[in-house]
Design a protein. Structure first.
Length: 447
């Protein structure tokens, strides 16, 4: 075994969902406890963590091309970076990665990365180390405290999935549903707010499946948690993602009319508008029950912006069934959405179903669906013109004096004026594009 130099700099590259982004931040915090610092922009790091996603084939394949690129860039810079593969590909294909990619010295799963320091020691000693355990008491208790964050912060409150949709790898890569304890979440939220977060986005594979007990020991659900967090005085905005239709409760719907800090936005994936396809997907909701939920959310919060996820070309999907998805989209009028071609995933029931759909057919359906979704998103943006709202400033725009932030409805808004990152600026939305809006500052901030 050849020993390796102790790394001084790291880079964590996260792919996939926001929970991976959260995990990536926490891995960086773990590495910082070992005195390893972030590599400067444009510099090759001594240690690279690829925090991967396994949800679709393309995402999973990416890890191998990234490893090749890292090895090449390292060679050109005269070094051999330590490479760790983390995230959902690590969990699903850890052994295969070790066999296929000799440059990788660590494989660590999404529930095991609190043990990165131990893996790192083994890698420095020249071993190739794998940890894809899903320890029963979880990783959160062993992670260091949160560090400084920007105006918007992520907070994972729930992890894992027990739903087993027939196309999906998440129940295998992330494990069973767990809810983090209320007091831990309150403490982490307080730390984030003290570090400057104005907005917290609560995360979970099925975030609204969260349950717990408050400080008095009373059982509470997701709505109870949101209401408790809303009491933090310096926290201005709360968001959450991703919620599942089957875990929606009356309390969750009602909170959208009750909690002023809760932003008027709901991401509720539906996947298909056809009940036959939904059944084959094991979604356990129908198009109609889903539409009824959206109606209830709109009744509680009339301006709520709605978003969803869609899969086209699930095995056996007919043209008529796809047309039902288009009809559902027409009925809802989404403000934003994510849509994907079905990707067969190893080990999932759908991968071996009859009626796999040809790529060209999927591409054609995806293009038609995205036309409809883009049309509705643009319409929602145009409809927003004239609204007065707060924008949370996230960064400088491209032009001098220009700033970029998010509206309550999660739209990107540009405006010119005097501002700083983290400000909540009152604007009137004056012009709409397909993907962003222009705002005019209503109350100029003091110079
Ligand atoms: N738990 C969330 C979704 C998490 S995965 C929910 O069920 O609502 C994010 C999205 O990826 C899914 O909503 C789905 O649209 C998409 N997805 C998951 N598996 C997929 C697959 N095998 N092929 C294509 N898209 C997939
Ligand atoms: Fe995957 Fe379904 Fe679980 Fe969402 S609910 S993570 S799509 S299995
Ligand atoms: Fe991808 Fe894992 Fe998230 S598969 S979408 S990174 S839960």
């Amino acid at each position: 075994m050849t020993t390796r130099p102790v790394p001084k700099t790291y880079r964590v590259k996260s792919f996939g969902c926001q929970m991976n982004v959260y995990d990536g931040e926490r891995m960086a915090e773990v590495l910082a406890t070992r005195g390893i610092t972030p590599a400067a922009e444009g510099e090759e790091a001594d240690l690279v963590v690829l925090n991967t996603c396994h949800i679709r084939e393309k995402a999973a394949e990416k890890v191998y091309s990234d490893i090749g690129r890292l090895v090449k860039a390292g060679r050109e810079a005269g070094k051999e970076p330590l490479i760790a593969v983390a995230g959902c590909v690590a969990q699903a294909e850890g052994e295969e990665i070790m066999a296929r990619a000799p440059a990788v010295s660590m494989v660590v799963g999404p529930q095991a990365y609190h043990r990165l320091p131990g893996l790192l020691d083994r890698a420095i000693a020249g071993e190739r180390a794998t940890d894809t355990d899903m320890p029963e008491n979880g990783k959160f208790d062993d992670l260091p405290a949160r560090r400084k964050v920007g105006p918007g912060a992520f907070l994972t409150i729930q992890e894992g999935c027990d739903k087993f949709c027939t196309y999906c790898v998440v129940p295998y890569t992330r494990g069973a549903e767990i809810s983090r304890p209320f007091s831990d979440l309150l403490r982490e939220a307080e730390t984030l707010v003290e570090a400057g977060a104005k907005e917290i986005t609560l995360l979970g594979q099925n975030v609204n499946a969260w349950t717990g007990a408050d400080d008095a020991g009373r059982a509470i659900g997701f709505d109870g948690l949101v209401k408790a967090l809303a009491k933090l005085p310096e926290l201005h905005r709360i968001r959450y993602t991703t919620s599942h239709p089957n875990d929606v409760t009356e309390g969750m719907i009602a909170m959208h009319g009750e909690v002023a800090k809760l932003m008027p936005y709901l991401h509720l994936p539906v996947q298909s508008g056809s009940d036959r396809v939904l059944k084959a997907m094991n979604r356990s909701h129908t198009a109609d029950s889903y539409l009824k939920l959206l109606e209830a959310f709109r009744a509680a919060r009339p301006d709520i912006a709605l978003s969803g996820d869609f899969i086209v070309g699930f095995p056996g999907e007919t043209e008529a069934e796809f047309a039902e998805t288009l009809a559902l989209v027409d009925a809802v009028k989404y403000a934003a959405a994510f849509s994907f071609k079905y990707s067969p995933r190893p080990g999932t029931p759908a991968a071996s179903m009859d009626g796999q759909i040809a790529r060209e057919v999927m591409e054609d359906r995806l293009a038609r669906l995205q036309d409809a979704l883009n049309r509705d998103q643009y319409a929602f943006n145009r409809y927003s013109v004239g609204r007065e709202c707060e924008v949370l400033v996230e960064r400088k725009g491209k032009l001098p004096g220009q700033w970029l932030g998010k509206s309550p409805w999660l739209q990107s808004v540009f405006f010119e004026g005097n501002a700083q990152i983290g400000d909540l600026v009152c604007v009137e939305l004056v012009e709409a594009g397909p993907n962003s809006l222009a705002g005019r500052v209503l109350e100029p901030l003091p110079a």
